[in-house]
Write a protein that binds this ligand. Structure first.
Ligand SMILES: Cc1cc2nc3c(=O)[nH]c(=O)nc-3n(C[C@H](O)[C@H](O)[C@H](O)COP(=O)(O)O)c2cc1C
Length: 176
């Protein structure tokens, strides 16, 4: 029944350093706190990324747009750093951590692990976001610009994705 919470936003998780740098796709990510900003991501222990996060205690969350769907699927269907040879992404130094960021991403959140815990067959990594970079046009006035085609995974186990429609629905709550 785990299709019930879908569609879910899809992210890229960059882990490792130097030759070991690896990228995987992840849907199971959430905010946990605003002061400081803390996030959590659920990662299966069979993923190569799992061991790299355990080793270096840091990772980058990169926000892809639908323009790099092929790379997202390589990241999400192949295992280990070798997959980067098949991807068309450019790694850039991050500001506050050693794990690199992705140039083509709409934003990169630099995360340091502060906790981890096993739930069922997954590990939930909890991390503080210590810095970030963003494409200014994609986040004008601290608001995502949906013209940049933020992507969401339609259903688990599929290669189907959706972007957000242009229509914005708003209801004035001051008279409620
Ligand atoms: C769109 C998408 C979302 C995914 N979300 C997750 C996730 O949240 N957690 C997870 O452990 N695996 C997730 N996966 C699976 C991993 O990305 C996949 O197993 C990947 O090959 C792991 O790479 P690695 O072994 O190099 O770390 C997802 C795959 C796709 C295609």
């Amino acid at each position: 029944m785990w299709h019930l919470l879908y569609p879910m936003r899809t992210f890229l998780i960059v882990s490792g350093q130097g030759e070991e740098v690896n990228i995987m796709a992840a849907d199971w990510l959430t905010y946990l706190s605003t002061k400081p900003i803390i996030v959590g991501v659920s990662i299966n222990p069979h993923r190569y990324t799992h061991d790299l996060i355990k080793k270096y205690k840091e990772f980058v969350i990169s926000i892809p747009s639908i323009e790099i769907l092929k790379d997202v699927l390589i990241a999400g269907r192949k295992s280990g750093p070798d997959k980067l040879k098949h991807m068309s992404i450019t790694l850039l130094p991050s500001k506050r951590i050693q794990t690199p960021s992705i140039k083509e991403a709409l934003a990169n959140l630099e995360c340091k692990v502060i906790d981890e815990r096993n739930y069922g067959n997954y590990t939930f990594f909890v991390a503080e976001v210590v810095d970030y970079t963003q494409k200014e046009e994609a986040f004008k006035n601290n608001k995502p610009n949906i013209e940049f085609k933020f992507m969401a995974h339609l259903a688990p186990g599929t290669n189907d994705f959706v972007t957000f429609g242009r229509e914005i629905y708003r209801w004035d709550t001051k008279d409620l």
